[in-house]
Design a binder for this molecule. Structure first.
Ligand SMILES: *Cc1c(COP(=O)(O)O)cnc(C)c1O
Length: 428
């Protein structure tokens, strides 16, 4: 792994920044005072374009009041569809297969209640033991709603090393009694990318529907959901997509299911033309719009208009290329500079399965994170011993990667972390 001609000089990092064809995007973002922000995979930063789009929608409320639904620069009635269209290239879907709506967890509920149709001996849901808790809570409650005991009907693929999943282990778990599979595209701790294409193919060979949670992959890696034939997917927009805290989320439904009744219907599931007929019989939208429920959270969706424009300008392939370079450079510096301090690089190292962040394990992780914050580096801690560092292609620099590794080296050498308790804060 270690590259023997690795140049550990700061000037080399500066050289890489000069060569970076995305470097101008950093000026689009508000970087919080003097910090090195490596937490963009938890909450992405505000861009000037996102700020502007929020102001535009706030103004349409001010100026147009109720008429803002159909008038003004961005009529609210069509906003979710417009944002879905703008998101589609990031997930590799047809425009009508994507809608911006709900939250990650409510979209999971919507899609599982739509796609989970236990019948005969096919009653189980297959997930994994490394997924984010909210997803697992939601799957368990969906099972209970259908009258099944989650302790028997939720199967969670085990990890062999505690951080990653093996494609073969997942395939082996695709037994005859599985009705639906729900997995992350990128694992939230180790950043491992799952082979969504192979998993989809293998699920379909066994007559199982499969969906992915793209929270940690959207805006970080390219996807080809339509081409891969993925049945459904959902994601949040406040991590790599920089849509702001509590930003409205997104979902994808493969067009072969258009017309399937939404598990959780509401008046925004309607065809736009029929919605205001006020009939008690739903005429659902012909496309992914049918999986909306109620009135869109317009002001929480507004920043996405701007932030998705930033992605249109940068292009996800360029974002991925730089991201791989940043994380590779970071791993090489860590291996060369921190070898005395017992860190384990626990994310996958190869380009094909490495997502957008570095995951370091260390038994003092909680207080090392506190020491990093005191030195104005913003990481995030994942219990019990993980440090996530996300150098984000749109606004982080190679020099920041270099600085961070050097700061970490000083913290370890001078044992500065010992000033703090090895315990997490409320949010970490
Ligand atoms: C961030 C994240 C969530 C958060 O769900 P919300 O409904 O937005 O609170 C859920 N699942 C995964 C895998 C995540 O990474």
């Amino acid at each position: 792994m270690r590259c023997f001609d690795l140049n550990t000089e700061k000037t080399y990092a500066q050289f890489l920044d000069e060569q970076d064809d995305l470097k101008s995007f950093r000026d689009e973002f508000y970087i919080p005072g003097e910090t090195i922000y490596f937490d963009g995979n938890s909450l992405g930063l505000l861009s000037k374009q996102a700020e502007e789009s929020l102001e535009i929608l706030l103004n349409s409320w001010k100026r147009h009041a109720i008429d803002g639904w159909t008038e003004g620069v961005e009529p609210w009635f069509y906003l979710s569809e417009k944002l879905g269209k703008m998101t589609a290239p990031l997930v590799g879907a047809n425009t009508e297969e994507v809608i911006v709506t709900g939250s990650t967890t409510t979209n999971l509920h919507q899609l599982v209640s739509t796609f989970y149709k236990p019948h005969g001996k096919k009653t189980k849901i297959l997930a994994d033991e490394l997924n984010f808790p909210s997803d697992i809570y939601a799957l368990k409650s969906q099972l209970k709603i259908k009258g099944y005991d989650p302790s028997e009907h939720l199967v969670q693929v085990q990890s062999q090393d505690g951080n990653t999943l093996k494609t073969d282990d997942i395939i082996k778990a695709m037994t005859d009694d599985v009705a639906l599979i729900m997995l992350p595209g990128v694992l939230y701790r180790s950043g491992q990318i799952l082979d969504m294409q192979t998993l989809t193919k293998e699920a379909h060979r066994r007559g199982i529907v499969i969906g992915f949670d793209l929270c940690h992959s959207i805006g970080s890696i390219p996807h080809h959901l339509s081409e891969w034939g993925v049945d459904f997917a959902f994601w949040c927009n406040y991590k790599h997509l920089n849509g702001g805290p509590g930003s409205v989320a997104g979902l994808y439904v493969n067009k072969k299911y258009f017309g399937n009744e939404p598990g959780l219907a509401g008046w925004f599931s309607s065809s736009k033309e029929k919605q205001f007929d006020m009939s008690h019989t739903l005429t659902q939208a012909w496309d992914a719009g049918a999986y909306q429920i109620g009135t869109p959270h317009v002001l929480s969706a507004a920043p996405l208009l701007g932030s998705l424009k930033v992605f249109q300008e940068a292009g996800i392939d360029r974002v991925r290329k730089k991201s791989l370079h940043l994380t590779k450079y970071m791993m090489e510096l860590i291996e060369s500079e921190l070898s005395d301090y017992h860190f384990t690089i626990a994310n996958p190292k190869d380009d094909a399965t490495r997502g957008g962040h570095i995951f370091l394990e260390h038994e003092e992780a909680a207080r090392i994170c506190k020491a990093l914050k005191a030195d104005k580096v913003i990481p995030d801690f994942r219990t019990p011993n993980g440090i996530r560092l996300a150098p984000v292609a749109l606004y982080n620099t190679f020099e920041e990667v270099w600085e961070t590794v050097m700061i970490l080296k000083t913290i370890m050498k001078e044992e500065r972390y010992k000033k703090y308790e090895n315990k997490r804060g409320v949010i970490a």
